[in-house]
Design a protein around this ligand. Structure first.
Ligand code: BV8
Ligand code: ZN
Length: 237
């Protein structure tokens, strides 16, 4: 069986990683996640954007995959599993998933925002979150940025193409922990439905997808995913 998982920030919530929505209440209440994750935000105040990403990069060292990530990795024992994730963390990989497509990039690689050369130089230590840190400079005079996709930027075509293929070839798609508002990623469940592929949503809250998917489970990812594949025949009838 071919399973394609479409995951968002809710997948990492039970690992202690704030979602974009939590960000409005938690640690970063005073920043607008949509503004700080945009190319305009980077142009306006790169030091604030750099501090946010550096903190999120460091925070990943203190968290680990949860039962949801581990369940998706375990599904590989009996199925062909592709993970298409909007998340920039590495928790799916750390849980053991082999086919992970990051449509919005990653916190773990950096590049120059002018000449594009990859940066693997030293990163300043960040024991606790600070509001502003000057990003390193490239020899060309450009600034070092995270390899994430900001609002207003195109998605990496190789990751996107592999994601569209993984959705189009799936026997079932499982959409987990996403508010389904950011395009084009939010259009992938509809692509599955258009191919007649059953789509199961796992989210404790309703989303714009909920009334379109085959089945919407009001459960958290760490609760629903461990037994989900075994439940599929009964759930899909
Ligand atoms: C592009 C990376 C074109 C950085 C992110 C007007 C209309 C339509 C579209 C647009 C428009 N204006 C602009 C656009 C396009 C725009 C867009 O869609 N905007 C939206 C806001 C309307 N999209 C773009 O700009 C994209 N690029 O279109 O380029 C182009 C083409 C050619 C040339 C130039 C340009 C780029 C979008 C990528 C932005 N980058 N992330 C980073 O991570 O820092 S987006 C970021 O937010 C995430 O990656 C994710 O995609 C998005 C939403 O986050 P979610 O993952 O859904 O998480 P969220 O917090 O929102 O929700 C959590 C969910 O989990 C909730 O539903 C909650 O109930 C649930 N949950 C909570 N706990 C649990 C749980 N679920 C399960 N278990 C739990 N325990
Ligand atoms: Zn450069």
């Amino acid at each position: 069986m071919r399973v394609t998982v479409l995951s968002g920030a809710g997948m990492s919530a039970e690992s202690g990683v704030p979602t974009f929505r939590d960000v409005e209440t938690g640690l970063w209440a005073k920043v607008d996640p949509y503004e700080i994750s945009s190319s305009d935000g980077w142009r306006r105040h790169p030091e604030k954007v750099w501090a946010w990403y550096l903190w999120r990069h460091y925070m990943m060292k203190s968290v680990g995959p949860n039962d949801g990530h581990r369940a998706v990795a375990a599904w590989q024992d009996g199925a062909e599993v592709h993970v298409v994730t909007q998340n920039v963390d590495d928790l799916h990989e750390r849980a053991g998933s082999g086919q992970v497509h990051h449509v919005h990039g990653s916190l773990f690689s950096f590049r120059c925002d002018r000449c594009g050369v990859p940066y693997d130089g030293p990163l300043p230590a960040m024991p606790e979150p600070v509001e502003s840190v000057d990003p390193p400079q490239c020899r060309c005079g450009g600034l070092i940025r995270p390899d994430v996709v900001w609002f207003g930027e195109p998605l990496p075509s190789d990751q996107w193409d592999r994601s569209v293929e993984a959705v189009s070839r799936a026997d079932v798609a499982v959409v987990v922990g996403t508010s389904a508002v950011v395009y084009p990623a939010a259009g992938l469940p509809d692509l599955a439905l258009a191919h007649g592929i059953p789509v199961i949503e796992v989210n404790p809250e309703e989303t714009p997808l909920s009334d379109r998917v085959t089945l919407s489970l009001r459960e958290t990812s760490a609760t629903a995913l461990p037994g989900l594949l075994q439940r599929l025949p009964a759930l899909l009838g």
